[in-house]
Design a protein around this ligand. Structure first.
Ligand code: FES
Ligand code: FES
Length: 159
């Protein structure tokens, strides 16, 4: 069946099964920037924003969010037009294999939209659901901190 979804501020017609997860529906229709790690709600690789709140898309039934606002990491920024957070992740060395990075960026973006000056603890808490097997998290936390500082210096939101 086909159904329309509001993804990254555009209406997208997705081909999907009625019982499919949002993660599968997205990936099967070209939104492969959303990664599948565990498929069990444990790793955060599949994180997207649903009505501006972070959710693990592997735990959401696609048809239940048909008319709701969905944002993937590409709605935050792309390779050719990266968001400041993505630029700082790259320049800080916060990604190695990069598999966790889409979910990490979504979590960081969501945090900085809500809290422009997070403490270390608040950053750790915001990234708590996102697993990384490569970096040891130090560079990731540093990248979020640097993003917050630069956003404040420039007095802009994490757009
Ligand atoms: S793939 Fe969804 S939380 Fe791991
Ligand atoms: S950079 Fe490889 S899993 Fe995080």
């Amino acid at each position: 069946m086909k159904a329309s979804f509001n993804i990254n501020n555009s209406v997208s017609e997705l081909e999907l099964n009625p019982n499919e997860t949002l993660l599968n529906a997205l990936r099967n229709n070209g939104f492969t920037e959303v990664k599948c790690g565990c498929n069990e709600g444990e790793c955060g690789a599949c994180l997207v924003l649903l009505k501006d709140k972070p959710v693990n898309s592997c735990q959401v039934l696609a048809m239940s969010v048909q008319n709701k606002k969905i944002k993937t990491v590409k709605g935050i920024g792309t390779l050719h037009n990266p968001n400041l957070i993505q630029k700082i992740f790259a320049s800080t060395g916060a990604d190695q294999c990069g598999f966790c990075s889409p979910g990490m960026v979504v979590a960081a973006y969501s945090l900085l939209k809500e809290n422009s000056s997070p403490s270390n603890e608040e950053i750790v808490e915001a990234l708590d659901g996102n697993l990384c097997r490569c970096t040891g998290y130090v560079k990731i936390i540093e990248a979020v901190k640097r993003s917050a500082i630069i956003l404040q210096e420039n007095k802009v939101e994490a757009e």
